[in-house]
Design a protein around this ligand. Structure first.
Ligand SMILES: [Zn+2]
Length: 372
């Protein structure tokens, strides 16, 4: 029985979840028969990889697990072939233990703890990565709370997601990070999390308005929102591609956010800046008076500061403006917060608003009485 091949047919399922594969493994299977278009959840996929269980798609040949269950010090052959075909150097597992890597691992753990302390992640949610070489990315593992992370938990993958070092399996969301590294040479680190106020925008399909708080304009500025796709899939990873060159922060519809930066710490800063901004806007919107905006001239000064800092913004390059605006057009309008027309500070006081309202009501009542 031990050496026998045993397969289970779950091809009637549209989604294969962790529970399904756990049950199958308990039943002693060595392969699963699945439907061609079924979605295997990230945790189920990781579970299969760790136990070396293959999948067989109906009418197709047997497929080996995507990554080996144990990660030796040599780069897997599949990884070397993928690197060569993409014109990249073969991944170097030795980059995982250099002094720079050890410092990065500590920084990732510190940032993970910040994310958890600020309630930007829950359960084992969120993930952090750092591009340490041309084809090497250090990342957080799957199924570990960001509060509990220690440097020994981290893994290293190549730009195709093949794990090349580390004992714990890499996060199933690494493909989202890798798409950004491939598209944006300046991106050295990515932080993905679910901060509640920014995620509240993401689940309404809205982006926060601009030119309200200087720090937000300088460090984040325009935010884009990418369409919803099942997390962990290649389709999901690619949803951010139209936006990441001109935005260091993207809302992921019905999910959370992803930020990239030149360091792990800076990528996490952008998450903090966005979350605090969204939170402040929500508080202000409950005060019952319009929110005032920074004037165009002052907003231009902030953009100039941002340019000096080398941060991306879709408003910089007028030749690319059309393309950016088109990309942004896919984004539903920013949430309506009654922005004031502005050339200088034009925020009205609550008193003057109430005076205007009282006067118009009084005028209407007097007119009605007079017409009797
Ligand atoms: Zn997530």
């Amino acid at each position: 029985m031990n050496n026998e091949e045993k397969s289970i047919d779950i091809s009637s399922r549209k989604v294969v979840a962790l529970r399904d594969v756990q049950d199958a493994v308990t039943a002693g299977v060595t392969s699963l028969l699945i439907a061609e278009n079924c979605v295997i959840t990230p945790s189920a996929r990781d579970f299969l990889q760790q136990r070396n269980i293959s999948t067989v798609t109906c009418g197709k040949e047997k497929q080996a697990p995507e990554a080996p269950g144990a990660y030796g010090s040599a780069a897997p052959a599949v990884s070397v072939q993928a690197a060569a075909s993409a014109g990249r150097p073969a991944p170097n597992p030795r980059l995982f233990t250099t002094p720079e890597a050890e410092a990065v691992k500590k920084e990732i753990c510190a940032v993970g703890r910040k994310l958890w302390m600020r309630q930007f992640v829950d359960g084992n949610g969120g993930n952090i990565s750092y591009r340490i070489g041309p084809n090497e990315v250090i990342c957080t593992p799957t199924l570990v709370s960001k509060f509990d992370l220690v440097p020994e938990d981290l893994s290293m993958v190549d730009l195709e997601g093949n794990q090349i070092a580390g004992t714990k399996p890499r996060t199933s969301e690494i493909f989202l990070h890798l798409e950004i590294y491939k598209a944006v040479p300046e991106a050295k680190s990515c932080v993905h999390c679910h901060p509640p106020h920014a995620t509240a925008y993401a689940i309404t399909g809205k982006v926060p308005p601009n030119n309200i708080i200087p720090e937000f304009e300088v460090f984040v500025g325009k935010v884009a929102i990418s369409p919803y796709k099942t997390p962990g899939t290649a389709e999901f990873a690619q949803t951010v591609l139209p936006f990441v060159k001109n935005h260091n922060t993207v809302l992921l519809a019905n999910h959370g956010i992803i930020c990239w930066g030149d360091t792990v710490t800076h990528a996490e800063w952008y998450a903090e800046v966005l979350e605090t901004y969204c939170w402040t806007l929500m508080l202000a919107s409950q005060l019952g008076v319009p929110i005032s905006q920074i004037s165009h001239q002052n907003a231009d000064d902030l953009l100039a500061i941002k340019k000096k800092l080398g941060l991306p913004d879709s408003r910089f390059d007028t030749s690319r403006m059309k393309e950016c605006q088109l990309a942004d057009l896919e984004v539903p309008n920013s949430i309506a917060l009654a922005p004031t027309p502005c050339d200088g500070y034009t925020g009205k006081s609550a008193e003057s608003d109430i005076d205007t309202l009282v006067k118009s009501v009084t005028d209407a009542v007097m007119a009605a009485i007079g017409s009797r």
